[in-house]
Design a protein around this ligand. Structure first.
Ligand code: PEP
Ligand code: MN
Length: 264
């Protein structure tokens, strides 16, 4: 298989318009769960940039569990992502939920995120595989590592090798945390594949208090990067406020991550 370590021994380095991930290059994607307003996004972007993040994350098209929850600002949100990221000096990573939006999202984003709920949306995987756009492929809610790597294979088989995997927790019997963050997936993926893998301790735990220790652990486990939700005012967030860090706590996480990276 194209994504397997057997096929390619050296770690892949994915270059997202000048920002590298993998093979010793560490990258951080941070920002709000959802793009809510230009003010909110700009405040978040300035904060994460100041702490050393390379990517602004934010959802414009949101795959919400309930149809009555905030669904995102759509194209308006994409435009905000682009203009705020350019203003502050960050790359844009944002989720695609519908293949019909592919061209539009490619126009505004540097990296396409395929969310947990779409990890086995095979048509979506095939279609992004026919582009050269870097893809962040999140692990499915209950996907095995093998299923996840097969999802990556769908993208690679179309000719797009610019894939970064993202462990974001899986469903288990535990309910205290939103998901069970599977950090062993980092070591497993390193064994099985040459693709970079980052960790999302925000969705992986669902609790902002746990993001800091799990971010440290992810780096120590050998992750190539982190995705962290940061909101200037989590208490009024339209989605995932409980797991979003305030900028001051994100700064603490980044300082600790950088200390651990020096030891790696
Ligand atoms: C997200 O990153 O905003 C998101 C919806 O994550 P996941 O697909 O991992 O649930
Ligand atoms: Mn979220």
């Amino acid at each position: 298989k194209l994504v397997s370590r057997e096929f390619k021994k050296e770690d892949s380095v994915i270059d997202i318009d000048g920002v590298k991930i993998g093979g010793g290059h560490f990258a951080v994607m941070a920002g709000p769960c959802s793009v809510e307003s230009r003010e909110q996004l700009l405040e978040a972007a300035k904060a994460v940039k100041a702490c050393g993040a390379q990517f602004l994350r934010g959802g414009a098209f949101k795959p919400r569990t309930s149809p009555y929850d905030f669904q995102g600002l759509g194209v308006e949100g994409l435009k905000m992502m682009r203009s705020v990221a350019d203003e502050v000096g960050l790359k844009v990573v944002t989720e695609i939920v519908n293949i019909n939006d592919l061209d539009t999202i490619c126009q505004y984003a540097d990296m396409l995120q395929i969310g947990a709920r779409n990890m086995q949306n095979f048509q979506l995987l095939k279609d992004v595989g026919f582009t050269k756009k870097p893809v962040l492929l999140k692990r499915g809610l209950s996907a095995t590592i093998s299923e996840w790597l097969n999802a990556a294979e769908y993208i690679a088989s179309g000719g797009n090798y610019n894939i970064v995997l993202c462990e974001r927790g899986i469903r288990t019997y535990e309910t205290f945390t939103r998901n069970t963050l599977d950090l062993s997936a980092v070591a497993a993926v390193k064994e099985l594949s040459h693709l970079p893998i980052i960790v999302d301790p925000s969705h992986g735990t669902g609790r902002w208090q746990m993001v800091r220790p799990m971010a440290r652990a992810a780096v120590a486990a050998g992750a190539d990067g982190l995705m962290i939700e940061v909101h200037p005012h989590p208490e009024v967030a339209l989605s995932d406020g409980d797991q979003s860090l305030k900028p001051d706590n994100f700064k603490i996480v980044m300082d600790e991550v950088n200390q651990i990276l020096k030891l790696m």
